[in-house]
Design a protein around this ligand. Sequence first.
Ligand code: FE2
Length: 252
Amino acid sequence: MIDIHCHIIPGVDDGAKDLAMAEKMLAAAAADAIDTIICTPHSSGNPEQPRSEIIPQLQQSAASWNITLLEGMEYSYQHLSRTTALKTLGNSSFLLIDFHRAPPLEAVNGIFFALARRGFQIIVAHPERSFRDLSDIEKLHHAGAYFQLSADSFLGEWGRQPLNMAMRMFKHGLCHYIASDAHGGNKMFHLRECRQLLSGYGGPNCIDTLMDENPCRLLKNQPPLKVLPEKRPATGFRRLIKFFAPRSEIRP
Ligand SMILES: [Fe+2]
């Protein structure tokens, strides 16, 4: 399994604070059957500072868990216009961009167009936490964006609204990748747990595409496959969705 969004590099942002925590994250990743991690520090942090010393040590630890580390970045939308050299996910053509809140769509269209002209493809990080209107998500998709949702959102860790939006996006084929956004501490990977939960809703093939096939395609510069749930949710999960979601929005 490939995790395309993870804050495992120590001391560069609000992720792993030291090498010891990063090594705990590697152990947790291995337990989740993750074999490749794309390291995506925040562009708002100080992502380049200690890399020359820390990265080789982290690579060595990862190798002992049979985990490959690739480089990437999680760009804040506000920083994009100020950054000329952009770091993509695993040296692909895909950029990971975080919108802290829903931005004006005219501004987004302009930036997306400029990035597309430079050959970049765009993945929006965990939009279920920033957006409240599915039509805004659809407009971003029409402007060229794909969407990475977080495992923790499906598990209800971010509360009712992100869970509700995650399920709506999943149901409408607007979830293209599921990643951890792990930061260490009590924010670990939870990909295995999420896989089990969503398999009961969308079917295992659907989840394989979101967690395995689409991340593999990303590393080959191929666009993600569209995924729609295959079957009705299992009873227990259906109850969970009904508990969190307004009746008018989700009818599992
Ligand atoms: Fe992140």
